[in-house]
Design a binder for this molecule. Structure first.
Ligand SMILES: Cc1cc2nc3c(=O)[nH]c(=O)nc-3n(C[C@H](O)[C@H](O)[C@H](O)COP(=O)(O)O)c2cc1C
Length: 325
């Protein structure tokens, strides 16, 4: 059997498949089921900034940015969501089943650095900062948003000793530059990419409705492009997320340079057994090709290791357009 073990966020994982943050990992039972299915690590469902803020609405923004915000939090009593979240971390770690990565959805308030300390005390092995933010104000410059993300990472990194991953969406002008900046601010890894709530409209009722909840298997190409392009050039480890439904997609992402591969929609579609199926297919492929360890495969198709790096920069099918391919 091939050696699928990897190092991600300073943790040794028995394989690179990570149960991505979602409702499937929002209870200790869900976490146990993911580990039983063989994953190398689990990211807990995100605690959302709104949950943390819920009971703090009477505190001014100035106070929230205060270095002693923790005292405010303690004084006010954490809201139920936050308290429950800390308990979930403890419960998830209790079975000593494997690495548990906590996740918080932050849009930039001063709350997280202090709350991160509590997450560390509760026993999390690492922290994923889900920096999902919808810029719905056209007058807000992209640089302002990126500066806020970098400042957030620096603040959390200064507050805790935990390894930090930053999970971003796919829409940045230059994702590599943002990753270099968060790496310098203390992040050890970046997760490419989050999938945000899809919106739809209902023409009959002329109202907004929810779009499809799950990704499709095609989604992994987006992550693959950026991981192949940025592996070894962004100053952070890269973790894939999006559209991984089978072991071959996971192996492709590793060949592109992914240190770990997160899976969510496939487990919603097929149950926790989706994780085992992916791991089994990876093992079978490695054995059939006599690839002894994942380390022999990782990054082989990254731009950094290519003698034709220009191929990775193609945005359009230039050859097809001019009739040569
Ligand atoms: C129902 C659902 C809930 C999710 N909840 C979270 C969450 O709380 N925090 C987070 O960072 N990502 C969340 N995600 C995003 C997933 O972790 C993952 O990054 C994304 O779905 C892409 O992977 P996939 O194609 O395997 O689904 C959620 C996704 C789904 C479908």
């Amino acid at each position: 059997m091939a050696d699928l073990s990897v190092h991600y966020l300073g943790l040794k994982l028995k394989n690179p498949i990570v149960a991505a943050s979602s409702g499937l990992c929002s209870t200790a039972e869900g976490v146990k089921r993911a580990f039983d299915a063989g994953v190398g690590a689990v990211v807990l469902k995100s605690l959302f900034e709104e949950q943390l803020k819920a009971e703090l609405s009477s505190i001014s923004q100035d106070q929230l940015a205060h270095p002693e915000a923790e005292a405010f939090l303690a004084g006010m009593g954490m809201n139920e969501g936050a308290d429950e979240y800390l308990k979930l971390i403890g419960d998830a770690k209790q079975g000593k089943v494997g690495p548990v990565i906590a996740s918080v959805n932050c849009v930039g308030s001063g709350l997280w650095a202090d709350f991160a300390k509590r997450i560390a005390s509760a026993g999390a092995d690492a922290l994923e900062l889900n920096v999902g933010y919808l810029p719905d104000d056209p007058s807000e410059a992209g640089s302002v948003i990126e500066d806020r993300i970098v400042a957030l990472v620096a603040a959390v990194n200064a507050a805790v000793n935990l390894p930090i991953a930053v999970k971003i969406g796919a829409a940045y002008t230059n994702a590599g530059n943002l990753l270099q900046r968060v790496g310098k601010a203390g992040a050890k890894a970046a997760v490419l990419f989050n999938r945000f709530y899809r919106m739809d409209v209902d023409l009959d009722s002329m109202s907004l409705s929810a779009g499809p909840m799950r990704s499709s298997p095609e989604a992994y190409h987006e992550s693959l492009r950026w991981i192949a392009l940025l592996e070894g050039r962004a100053g952070v480890e890269l973790c894939a997320s999006g559209g991984v439904y089978d072991g071959l997609a996971a192996l492709k992402l590793v060949a592109a340079g992914a240190q770990a591969v997160q899976v969510c929609s496939a487990a919603y579609a097929k149950g926790y057994g989706a994780y085992s199926a992916i791991i089994e297919e990876m093992n079978n492929w490695m054995d059939s090709r006599q690839v002894a360890s994942l380390g022999d495969l990782r990054g082989r198709l990254a731009r950094r290791n290519s003698d034709k790096p220009e191929l990775y920069g193609r945005l359009h099918y230039v050859k097809a357009l001019i009739g040569q391919g």
